[in-house]
Design a protein around this ligand. Structure first.
Ligand code: ADP
Ligand code: ASP
Ligand code: MG
Length: 816
């Protein structure tokens, strides 16, 4: 079973009621068992209050208002029911309207509108709307009963804002629904005392009615239908670019509504929370939209906060005096007297000096509150220990709410800074220790501006990220493709505008602060008049005086690797596919690493194993305090392919030329076969373990004699290696006889690093490697018996470019 509640905003006129009836009929088809709660027709509660107030003031203007109320209901009835039934139904409605007329006449005569009479008066709104809607359902063929919630919901006699006796109410609701098969059309907002006196649950209380009845019936979902797409990030009437929040925890919803988000009545969350029933806020104007789901868990992590709400007008009472410092019990007396007088405190803030306590309350309570506090502390005031209570009016409270604040630092700073930048003064601040809510008091006249400033800061701020690319070969080009595809999503999901603002190949360079057209990037670069120089490139990046700059190196150039330090020192992030820096001179590597910190990053995950998360994993292990015992790895995608394919069907030299033709090798295959690439990667991994090591410290056993690596042409080299085909075949055959395979393995243990061609048997993790796969086997103090293994394609344009993008995303995710 589910319960649906429709607010006044959903039943503004007969047309709106008709579409709500359709929503209910559809829901009946899907959910079979449902109940519905309705508010008064839009604006009726206000009209009733106004009529009552006029009558009590002895003004016969109330008659005009009453006329308006009569007409609205009769008009609605006429438009909603079948013509032939109208007269029968009208008798019922007429009777109720007469009752209302008599009540108002009584108020007019005795010139008094007590809270008790006001509740009785307001109850007509829901009793009339629900009666008319019940007739409408019946005429549409849906068997429905009018259900007056006053017989179900029992409260104390705190008129206008009664407290519900949940125990009694639950019993009543369960009993009532026991054998009901018709659709129950329940009046929201209204309730009664044990003596059957009408009470109400506070303005906007129909939401609460739905939750109370839904919880008593253990429904699967409580749907609150209104006129907006759910709970929005801020009040749409004040912040025009607010948008729906997908999910809120019960606590977040309570905080937002307590601090003014009118879309849901604050106590609504309580009954649902006790029974773990989700509440969904939906839009009658946009029924297909999923709306906001309020449940036990927060699952919307898109932004640091969930929403901003405000109490538009409050007053502040400042209670201070020298006698308050270090004296226990002052706060207790202060809050006690206010509670006894039924005055609700919205916000409390106390300085640690305890010299003053500041309370925010609704303006209607101000003079009463000042009076009773001064009465309570009459002796202290006489003795000069407590000063007279200071009142400040025309203030507002803004509350910034969200559980995600617990996980990130600097939120309060962000709020205060944004207000400060706009010269909006904060008068008082309160933050609960749960870090769910930061509330502050500001001048009322700055409220809308302040809400927009904070909203922009957290939700609408566009973060510009400027990317400077060096190298538009295979990887650089593929990276540009990835970026083109990601740009829109980054803007939509993370408010990040990622632009390529600089690009260079070995000959030319090009800059455009507004962003280079990626689709034509290569041709524009080709036509560029600026010839490439590393100094010129660095200067351009550094003088590009904006935040969030990232330099991406997709070259293999030592010269480019040499500019990283200057860039990092100038606050430019560096992402390198180029291995030269991380595997070059140790001191340089160390400098780059030591500058890379929380603010500016040097990332080079693709230096080892292309897109595989190898460097990140080792870094994580070291940071967690684990100790690396050994690393064994196949680190060259090219050599991996060559040895994986060398199974006797082809000669060794033929496989190399196959690999070359398939584009798996460098243009000059000697660059792969000389083992230097593997050596660089092993060097980087060992350095990641915190070991000081240079390339010369690694023992490398070449798979081919030095003489083949001379300066002859590639073709000559390809011919020369044929001389070694027999040798390789013999080694392979010997290994195969023992059921072993050849693998070029990089190893590090006991401070020894070497790279050798090995034969491995079935028990080795390297035995079954296929294609261009890399594999890294890491043994640590924690991963000892079973080592940690990372395996996957360790070469290829797509995976490498994706790996570079992952590094870029690490920087982007850190922004803001
Ligand atoms: P109903 O009549 O359906 O109960 P309400 O008028 O009580 O509707 O609540 C819906 C209204 O709440 C919206 O039209 C919107 O103007 C206002 N509102 C204020 N703050 C928010 C918010 N954070 N999210 C959504 N709506 C809000
Ligand atoms: N009709 C009541 C009001 O206007 C209750 C509600 O709308 O929820 O406050
Ligand atoms: Mg409401």
């Amino acid at each position: 079973m589910i319960i649906l509640k429709f607010g006044g905003s959903s039943v503004g006129n007969a047309e709106r009621v008709k579409s709500v009836v359709d929503i209910v009929i559809k829901s009946l088809e899907v959910n079979k068992k449902i109940a519905v709660v309705f508010s008064a027709f839009q604006g009726i509660t206000d009209l009733l209050i106004e009529a009552g107030t006029q009558a009590a003031a002895g003004s016969n203007k109330y008659l005009t208002l009453l006329e308006l109320i009569n007409n609205k209901h009769k008009q609605a009835l006429k438009e909603l029911v079948k013509h032939e039934n109208y007269n029968d139904y009208e008798i019922v409605i007429e009777r109720r309207l007469n009752e209302l007329n008599e009540l108002l006449q009584g108020v007019y005569l005795i010139k008094e509108l007590t809270p008790k009479t006001l509740d009785h008066l307001m109850s007509f709104g829901e009793r009339l709307s629900c009666q008319i809607i019940t007739f409408c359902f019946n005429d549409k063929g849906v068997k429905a009963d009018f259900c007056d919630a006053r017989k179900l919901i029992k409260t104390d006699d705190n008129y206008n804002n009664a407290k519900v006796d949940l125990l009694q109410t639950n019993t009543n609701v369960k009993e009532y629904f026991e054998n009901k098969t018709n659709l129950q059309v329940i009046t929201g907002f209204i309730s009664s005392t044990v003596n059957e006196e009408t009470t109400t649950l506070g303005r906007g209380g129909s939401d609460y009615t739905a939750s109370i009845i839904g919880a008593a019936l253990d429904v699967e979902e409580i749907e609150i239908w209104t006129d907006v797409d759910g709970v929005l990030t801020a009040d749409p009437r004040k912040v025009t670019n607010s948008f729906p929040v997908l999910n809120l925890s019960y606590e977040e919803a309570m905080e937002l509504s307590h601090f003014g988000a009118k879309v849901i009545h604050p106590p609504t969350m309580y009954p649902a929370m006790v029974k773990h029933i989700p509440i969904r806020i939906k839009n009658t104007f946009n029924p297909k939209f999923l709306g906001t789901i309020i449940g036990a868990k927060n699952t919307d992590f898109r932004f640091r906060i969930k929403g901003i709400s405000s109490v538009d007008e409050v007053s502040i009472l400042r209670v201070q005096g020298p006698g308050m410092v270090g004296v226990a019990g002052i706060a207790k007396r202060l809050f006690g007297t206010l509670a006894a007088a039924g005055i609700n405190i919205i916000l409390i803030s106390q300085a640690s000096s305890e010299h003053s306590i500041c309370l925010a309350i609704l303006p209607k309570y101000t003079s009463k509150a000042k009076k009773i506090i001064e009465q309570e502390f009459v002796y202290e005031i006489k003795d000069g220990l407590v000063n007279e209570v200071i009142v400040e009016n025309q203030l507002s409270i803004i509350a910034v709410v969200g559980e995600n604040m617990r996980m990130t630092a600097g939120n309060a700073g962000k709020v205060f800074q944004s207000l400060g930048k706009n010269n909006i003064n904060i008068i008082a601040i309160a933050q609960g220790s749960s870090e769910l809510n930061i509330s502050m008091v500001i001048a009322k006249e700055r409220l809308v501006e302040a809400l927009n400033v904070i909203h922009n800061e957290f939700f609408n701020k566009i973060y510009k990220v400027n990317l400077f690319l060096a190298g538009v070969g295979n990887i650089g080009n593929e990276l540009l493709n990835i970026i083109t595809k990601k740009q829109k999503k980054l803007l939509a999901d993370k408010n990040v505008e990622l632009n390529i603002v600089g690009v260079a190949n070995s000959k030319q360079m090009l800059f455009d602060k507004k962003g280079i057209d990626i689709a034509n990037c290569k041709s524009i670069l080709f036509d560029s008049k600026q010839s490439m120089s590393t100094d010129g490139y660095v200067n351009n990046i550094i003088t590009h005086k904006t935040e969030n700059n990232i330099f991406v190196d997709c070259t293999t150039s030592q010269q480019i690797a040499d500019i990283y330090l200057e860039l990092l020192e100038n606050g430019v992030n560096v992402v390198a596919a180029n291995k030269k820096a991380a595997s070059g001179n140790y001191d340089y590597y160390k400098k780059l690493k030591s500058i890379s910190n929380g603010k500016v990053k040097f990332l080079y995950e693709t230096n080892v194993g292309a897109g595989l998360p190898i460097i990140e994993t080792i870094k994580g292990l070291i940071e967690s305090g684990d100790e690396i015992i050994s690393i064994e790895a196949v680190l060259s995608g090219t050599l991996s392919y060559i040895f994986n394919s060398f199974n006797g069907s082809k000669k060794f030299s033929e496989i190399i030329s196959d690999a070359k033709n398939k584009g798996y090798t460098e243009p000059d295959p000697r660059d792969d076969l000389n083992g230097m690439d593997v050596l660089r990667k092993l060097l980087i991994l060992i350095r990641e373990c915190g070991i000081i090591i240079e390339a010369g410290d690694i023992e490398k056993v070449n798979i081919l004699p030095d003489s083949v690596f001379d300066n002859s042409s590639v073709d000559e080299f390809m011919n020369k290696i044929k001389l070694y085909d027999d040798d390789f075949e013999n080694v392979r055959k010997d290994a195969a006889m023992e059921n072993k395979k050849l693998r070029y393995i990089a190893e590090y243990s006991n401070n020894q690093a070497k790279i050798v061609l090995k034969t491995v048997d079935l028990n080795s993790p390297f035995y079954n490697l296929a294609d261009t796969d890399n594999m890294v086997v890491i043994k640590t103090a924690n991963y000892n018996k079973t080592p940690l293994v990372i395996q996957g394609p360790g070469a290829g344009v797509k995976v490498t470019a994706a790996g570079v993008m992952t590094d870029i995303m690490k920087i982007i995710n850190n922004i803001g």
